[in-house]
Design a protein. Structure first.
Length: 272
């Protein structure tokens, strides 16, 4: 019997996850199908219950349901607990396991696909919401020299940094506190690109040879990426690679095999 998986979110029509997982399934010979579910904003748990009742084996979870998915999961991995959010659910009878593969996806895209070594680097993470919180621990575990978390509301960034301080050199601040500082890697985890806006970064933020990375992705460069180029970032990237890599982590959790991501990412880039 063909196993069912899906991605749930609102909105969801734009999601590339079905194409990604279909490619993974073909590559690894897995008998599965993967679809999109438009989750009701006030009915996430009911939608997941219905999918499980129909035989669903697992879900990817995207905005705005990652915190609700955290609460829904009866068990959670250590990285999901650290993130306070879940983007992957695995169903095994009555057991519901929640995981967060975002941080692993980001780190692998940076280090493997883009060749950006994180060890010893000064990293700036923009935003303090769920997207940012999901990647803090993996960044610290990869040996960054310092991790600054900047947010419009400085107290939120400070609170996130305080949660993770035991794991490495991390601090939180407002955007205005970044003046006079430089970073080797700047990661945009805000929703500014969706609104066609950019975070209010001071001039001179990019060190020589710096990389600017936007978790958002699209057919064209995001406003953050364009601004980064103008301000001297040597390399800029969107988050398509992160999407593919976090999907591979989910696939591994569900199917026990890790697909080759390079060919899938290359195909998506060519189709964009």
């Amino acid at each position: 019997m063909t196993d069912r998986y899906a991605v749930i979110g609102n909105p969801i029509a734009h999601s590339k996850s079905p194409e990604i997982h279909a490619a993974f399934a073909r590559q690894t010979g897995q008998d599965m199908r993967y679809e999109r579910i438009l989750g009701p904003l006030d009915g996430f748990a009911a939608a997941v219950d219905a999918f499980r009742a129909a035989g669903g084996k697992g879900l990817n979870v995207t905005l705005p349901f990652k915190v609700e998915a955290f609460a829904y999961a009866g068990e959670r991995t250590a990285r999901a607990e650290a993130a306070g959010a879940v983007n992957t659910l695995k169903f095994d009878g009555d057991r519901v396991l929640g995981d967060n593969t975002d941080g692993a996806g980001l780190v692998r895209d940076l280090e493997v696909n883009l060749g950006v070594a994180l060890e010893g680097r000064r990293v700036l993470l923009l935003g303090a919401g769920g997207a940012a919180q999901g990647v803090v621990l993996p960044l610290l575990l990869h040996g960054v020299r310092q991790l600054a978390i900047a947010n419009r509301t400085a107290s939120k960034a400070v609170a996130v940094a305080d949660r993770f301080a035991v794991h490495g050199p991390v601090r939180g601040c407002g955007f205005d506190a970044l003046s006079g500082q430089q970073f080797d890697v700047v990661i945009n985890a805000t929703s500014a690109s969706i609104a066609g806006d950019t975070p209010p970064l001071p001039a001179g933020i990019y060190a020589a040879g710096a990389t600017a990375y936007d978790m958002m992705y699209g057919r064209e460069a995001t406003p953050f990426m364009r601004q980064a180029r103008e301000r001297g970032a040597k390399r800029v990237s969107d988050g398509l690679g992160m999407l593919v890599e976090q999907a591979a982590e989910s696939f591994l959790l569900w199917r026990g095999v890790r697909p080759d991501t390079a060919t899938v990412l290359r195909t998506l880039r060519q189709a964009a």
